[in-house]
Design a protein around this ligand. Structure first.
Ligand code: MN3
Length: 255
């Protein structure tokens, strides 16, 4: 069954129709847009990593209040509508006069950061990273969390011991000093590791695929948690959409 899904996705990609979820999206949108403008479907791997200029802010896969009480609606509204939108606007502005870069995907820009022209590199680092980081963050959370696939859990057990050991490493990494992120990443062989990045840096620049990550900038949690970052990270760990993380892991191995 899984083999068929992957083959079908590859076939669709080949004939230029995008992913299965793209094909289903119009139907989902029709039924959900009246109830809540900000609630769309979960983005596919391609819709997160392989988007191109001009970039745009996607709808969240849930409403602003859906992650309460772990993350409050006001924080979600400001974080998505203003912070994430701001990174996208600044990234589009930075690429406006670089037509040779406009065909590159978001993942290619961030992965190839150090080869970009110097006059645009810092903007892509901060705002391209900002766009990609937040797209991953929103799409790997779900109210009450979800279950990892068996094959992904096997990889976790191999590389960390248990899911609980992985969570402890993520919480530890979320103690990064100042503003930044803690990530679960996979290398090209599917080997998992937990890494920290500063500011809006993304593990792709170091050749690692981010599978999920937690934003530990104060704007992500300060309204509700103030200085208690650890409590916020504990709450985030209960929201992780491990089923989606498993899917990104599988697709990163096909990419
Ligand atoms: Mn943020």
């Amino acid at each position: 069954m899984k083999e068929n899904m992957i083959s079908r996705k590859k076939a669709l990609k080949f004939i230029g129709l995008g992913s299965i979820s793209t094909l289903l999206a119009p139907a989902l949108f029709t039924t959900s847009c009246a109830a809540s403008r900000q609630s769309g479907g979960y983005k596919s791997y391609d819709e997160i990593f392989n988007v191109t200029y001009p970039f745009s802010l996607g709808d969240l896969p849930y409403t602003y209040d859906a992650l309460e009480p772990a993350i409050d609606a006001k924080t979600m509204e400001i974080h998505h509508g203003r912070h994430h939108q701001g990174y996208i606007d600044n990234l589009n502005n930075a690429l406006e006069d670089h037509s040779n870069l406009q065909g590159m995907s978001l993942a290619e820009l961030v992965a190839g950061l150090n080869d970009l022209p110097t006059d645009v590199r810092t903007a892509v680092r901060n705002h391209g990273g900002g766009h990609l980081n937040h797209a991953i963050f929103w799409n790997t959370m779900i109210p009450n969390g979800s279950r990892a696939s068996d094959s992904f859990e096997e990889a976790v057990n191999r590389d960390f011991g248990t899911m609980d050991d992985l969570k402890a490493e993520l919480k530890n990494a979320a103690g990064v000093f100042g503003s930044g992120w803690a990530w679960l990443t996979a290398d090209s062989n599917g080997r998992l590791s937990v890494v920290q990045t500063n500011n809006q840096d993304n593990p792709l620049t170091d050749g690692l695929t981010p599978l999920t990550g937690v934003d530990v900038w104060e704007h992500a949690y300060y309204l509700k948690y103030q200085n208690l970052r650890g409590d916020y990270v504990d709450a985030w760990l209960e929201l992780v959409h491990w089923e989606k993380v498993s899917e990104i892991f599988e697709e990163s191995l096909q990419a």
